[in-house]
Write a protein that binds this ligand. Structure first.
Ligand SMILES: NC(=O)c1ccc[n+]([C@@H]2O[C@H](COP(=O)([O-])OP(=O)(O)OC[C@H]3O[C@@H](n4cnc5c(N)ncnc54)[C@H](O)[C@@H]3O)[C@@H](O)[C@H]2O)c1
Length: 334
């Protein structure tokens, strides 16, 4: 992966902090930054949902510094931000159902931890703060495709936390002059996404089921649509947001997706075809807090960040399936 760089300037003078670096998206950002010679890549993670194994892959790399800590801990955030030029903030508790089960914990980490990180970044003189926002912020707005400034009411505690992040980011940019960019991810998938646990995302769950020759369960009728986005596109967006110099591009939020709409049934059919399986899916009840349809307008990120997704859903699913097949022992490690 990452055989083509998304940047033209060298990274060897820039220090990066990746919060949530042991997670799915964070560890892919670490992979890219180390591959292209970043001066320093520090990770900051409490391993609540991420894995040491994801960072062990890069053990011994001279630019990697692994820090264990919690984004709710002010002193730990301050230490993590010391000497850092760019923060790529990924640490959070993902999952709509988790937030419905435990809204207090999701709020503590996703809002309390976010404000701690913004404060630490501001106090440490960090140049750029890029953070993981979410398409869940569109909530009940019926419009398709989704355009950044047309949002509805959040449909879950998780969505509230991600919208609160955007409000805090805007206030910190205006009040303290911190350069901040929010990336509203739309269903990111790819290698190292965890298929385990109660709150796994749909694509790793389906792949895992197929590889075990078991029919996966689709929530609802499977007609819900998503703008499934391969991880390489998400990494591209982060790198562009970290390095963009146009002042108009800063202190903004962007949709990060592909601009394609695929139903769960269509996505499963691609996986089934690629895996050579005839297994029909099972259908379960609808999930609370989920939106029915999602599709992004990605023109703002294209215009201001130069973001241009390279990998569409079929190729992304092929690469992800191949990775899951080749890494069964790695995936089984908890
Ligand atoms: N994967 C997606 O489709 C998607 C979509 C929209 C937004 N996002 C956001 O992107 C970010 C990364 O998501 P991901 O899919 O890589 O999830 P992930 O669970 O794999 O990674 C999150 C990481 O944050 C760490 N973390 C959690 N709480 C922490 C705390 N209190 N202190 C320090 N570290 C903590 C976890 O241990 C984990 O390593 C999250 O902010 C998520 O909300 C993801």
């Amino acid at each position: 992966m990452y055989n083509t760089p998304f940047h033209s300037q060298p990274l060897d003078q820039t220090t990066f902090l990746v919060t949530g670096g042991a997670g799915f998206i964070g560890s892919n950002l670490v992979e890219y930054l180390l591959k292209y010679g970043a001066k320093k890549v520090r990770t900051f993670d409490n391993y609540s949902n991420g894995f040491r194994k994801n960072l062990a892959l890069f053990a011994g790399h001279p630019a990697l510094e692994v820090v264990e800590g919690d984004i709710r801990d002010a002193a730990a955030c301050a230490a993590a931000c010391a000497g850092i030029d760019v923060v790529l903030h990924q640490a959070a508790l993902g999952s709509v159902p988790r937030s419905i089960k435990d809204p207090v914990l999701t709020n503590d980490v996703n809002v309390g931890g976010f404000v701690q990180m913004l404060t630490a970044a501001k106090d440490a003189g960090v140049r750029r703060f890029v953070y993981a926002a979410s398409s869940s912020t569109y909530g009940d707005h019926p419009g398709l495709p989704k355009i950044e400034d047309r949002i509805g009411k959040p449909l879950s505690p998780y969505a509230v936390t991600k919208y609160a992040n955007e409000l805090y980011a805007d206030v910190f940019a205006r009040t303290y002059g911190l350069e901040i960019i929010g990336l509203r991810y739309f269903n990111i998938f790819g290698p190292r996404q965890d298929p385990g646990g109660a709150y796994a995302a749909v694509i790793p769950l389906f792949i895992d089921a197929l590889l075990q020759n078991q029919a996966p369960t689709l929530n609802g009728d499977g007609g819900q649509t998503r703008d499934f986005t391969f991880i390489e596109n998400c990494v591209q967006a982060n790198i562009r947001a970290a390095l963009v110099t146009d002042p108009a591009a800063v202190n903004q939020v962007y949709n990060i997706a592909v601009g394609d709409r695929t139903s769960l049934v269509q996505m499963y059919d691609v996986l089934r075809e690629e895996a050579g399986s005839a297994l029909a899916p099972k259908f379960g009840p609808d999930r609370a807090g989920d939106i029915r349809d999602s599709l992004a307008d990605i023109s703002k990120a294209g215009t201001l960040l130069g973001y241009a997704p390279q990998i569409r859903i079929r190729e992304g699913l092929q690469q992800t399936l191949a990775w899951f097949k080749e890494n069964q022992a790695f995936i089984a490690q908890r």
